[in-house]
Unconditional design. Structure first.
Length: 269
């Protein structure tokens, strides 16, 4: 998440566009970009873990910090109150349970909406993890769980594309706009249990029928790749007073064209 924020900050600076960043990870250590507000000024995981009366480990300490934050949104309101620019990146913790099992992030979204923010979630998945169909299906389910829990527009991003070989980039292209029924064939050949085969088919069929999860590639070495993601976020929140409204179909066509262009430029090199 911090790498994503750093990439976006640098890209927006090159465009002459102002972006503010708020750190909401109480376990963060170092930043390569300035932050306008840091949750560690409110509470920090190390302090919670060192408290002998609490005796929390890393995960329990993080949950405690985020629940404490949810009870003190006034700190965030005060930090955001003097913002001149209305485009803010919230660098959030990466623990998936905060988005799928606990109400903290949902409460944050609702609070931001009450403050009249247009909120878009950016769900990041490591491209090096999504190289097998089983892992890819797990990644999709995690993204879908976050979408259902937060109930906000969500852009799903496959990160670290710049670390993949040309062959791997070619292979992973099919995962950006997947044909789940093809993946059923790839997956069920490995499964020996008929029950798991049936379950996998049901999951893949559900994902394909609703078509809710698609991924955009993020290559830090390619400005066009970064710009594609920024454009989709802008379309989602309708950023900018002069931005014309785009129908979802048009946005999807734009996305397909841009993604095809990215892979044509990088795989054929």
């Amino acid at each position: 998440q911090s790498t994503y924020c750093s990439t976006m900050v640098q890209h927006c600076e090159a465009l002459g566009r102002a972006v503010q960043v708020v750190n909401l990870d109480p376990a963060a250590e170092l930043f390569s970009y300035p932050v306008m507000a840091d949750i560690r000024e409110l509470i920090e995981v190390d302090d919670v873990m060192e408290d002998e009366s609490l005796r929390f480990g890393p995960n329990g300490g993080l949950v405690f910090c985020m629940e404490y934050f949810a009870n003190n949104f006034s700190w965030l309101e005060e930090s955001l109150g003097h913002v001149e620019d209305d485009y803010v990146l919230f660098d959030c913790p990466g623990q998936i349970e905060l988005y799928t099992h606990l109400p903290v992030m949902k409460q944050l979204v609702e609070q931001l909406q009450q403050w009249e923010f247009r909120v878009c979630g950016v769900f990041l998945v490591d491209s090096q993890f999504m190289v097998e169909s089983f892992k890819f299906i797990s990644g999709i389910l995690a993204a879908l769980s976050a979408m259902i829990s937060l109930e906000i527009p969500q852009i799903n991003v496959m990160t670290k594309m710049d670390l993949l070989s040309k062959k791997a980039k070619k292979e992973i292209e099919k995962y950006l706009d997947p044909d789940m029924y093809s993946m059923i064939e790839d997956s069920t050949d490995i499964l020996k249990s008929k029950r798991f085969k049936k379950l996998t088919k049901s999951i893949c069929g559900l994902i394909d029928d609703y078509g809710m999860v698609r991924f955009l590639p993020l290559d830090r070495s390619d400005e066009e790749s970064i710009n594609i993601i920024l454009q989709h976020i802008d379309f989602t929140i309708q950023y900018g007073e002069d931005l014309e409204f785009k129908e979802p179909k048009e946005c999807e066509e734009d996305k397909s064209a841009l993604v095809d262009e990215y892979f044509q430029d990088h795989v054929d090199e």
